[in-house]
Write a protein of this length. Structure first.
Length: 338
């Protein structure tokens, strides 16, 4: 016996085919969203390498200044002009600067290794220089205009819309669970020896119609579950849009504040560096003590580190604005930032 059967009318299976196609689109959207998150993590790691490199330069410069001051204080003490207290203070400041320099080296190595992992390299990856972050074309329109762009450009919002569309189709097609199913089958046979009721060769055809009448309330429960999922997906879209607008406003304000803070921190670092030079000249001329020089060096180092951190905050705020508004990464999959 050989039996071949095929569904002639199967609305529920056809609906499952469409739902599977929607699930594929959702999975593809999830893959694109994963790529977006990877690009964001890589950009942040890139900025971390840039910042740690800047902090290393600051620590190196502070070490060089402290070393020069220590050598001068040691020469004065050996020449009988200075005292051991000045040399001890200068040595303590040099040791502190060297410890910070070693910590900066370690932090830079970690940042480079993290960037190498994110870009798929089996080694540390360095940065060529400071990144040039793209400027959104609607930056002049304010946070509201950027918020409108985010609703269209952001990949996470598009993924939420895909999920909502799939949930809507799933709920809309719940009526097919009540439709009958028609299955046709054909079975040729061979009977040897033949009988009175069954010849040697022949075939049989059968049409089977299945009408679901009662299933214990399963279909109603599934329909209610699908409605709940669809409602949840709509609420997720609304929440995502509100969150996106909030992130754009916060990033826009943070960028403006960070730019103002960056200008102030750069002025502070420049003035602190001038203070070190003037204090050093005054100390060598005998107009001040070694304590003022050490204090000026500490203030200059702290001001330079603060300026580097504020600059990193400004770059991070700029990147956050690009991410929140959907301009990073670019919609075609390329990085639209550094």
């Amino acid at each position: 016996n050989l039996t071949v059967a095929a569904p002639l009318l199967a609305p529920s299976r056809w609906a499952q085919w469409l739902h599977a196609a929607d699930a594929v689109k959702v999975a593809q959207g999830g893959a694109r969203e994963t790529g977006r998150m990877l690009a964001i993590a890589t950009a942040r790691a890139y900025l971390a390498v840039v910042t740690q490199g800047r902090l290393l330069q600051v620590s190196t410069s502070a070490r060089d200044v402290a070393q020069a001051h220590y050598q001068y204080a040691a020469q004065r003490y050996q020449g009988g002009v200075g005292n051991y207290l000045d040399q001890a203070r200068a040595g303590q400041e040099l040791a502190t600067s060297e410890a910070q320099l070693e910590a900066a080296h370690s932090a830079l190595v970690r940042a480079r290794e993290a960037l190498g992992v994110l870009v798929g390299a089996d080694q540390a990856v360095d940065c060529a220089g400071d990144p040039e972050l793209a400027v959104p074309p609607e930056l002049g329109g304010g946070a509201e205009r950027l918020g409108d762009d985010a609703l269209v450009l952001r990949g996470d919002l598009r993924l939420l819309q895909l999920r909502a569309w799939a949930a809507a189709r799933l709920f809309r097609d719940s009526w097919v669970d009540y439709l009958p199913t028609l299955v046709g089958s054909v079975g040729p046979f061979y009977q040897n020896p033949p009988t009175l009721t069954q010849p040697l060769l022949g075939w049989q055809a059968l049409l089977s119609l299945t009408v679901p009448l009662y299933d214990g309330g399963l279909r109603y429960g599934v329909q209610h579950e699908r409605l709940a999922l669809y409602t949840q997906s709509k609420l997720n879209i609304q929440q995502g849009q509100r969150q996106a607008r909030s992130e754009v406003r916060a990033a826009h304000e943070a960028l403006q504040r960070a730019e103002q803070a960056g200008q102030a921190s750069r002025r502070a670092a420049e003035l602190a560096a001038q203070a070190v030079q003037l204090t050093t000249l005054a100390y060598r001329a005998g107009a001040t003590t070694n304590l003022e020089v050490v204090d000026a060096e500490r203030r200059a180092r702290d001001a330079a580190i603060a300026a580097a951190l504020v600059e990193d905050t400004r770059r991070q705020a700029h990147l956050d604005l690009l991410i929140a508004s959907g301009y990073f990464p670019a919609a075609d999959g390329r990085a639209g930032g550094p």
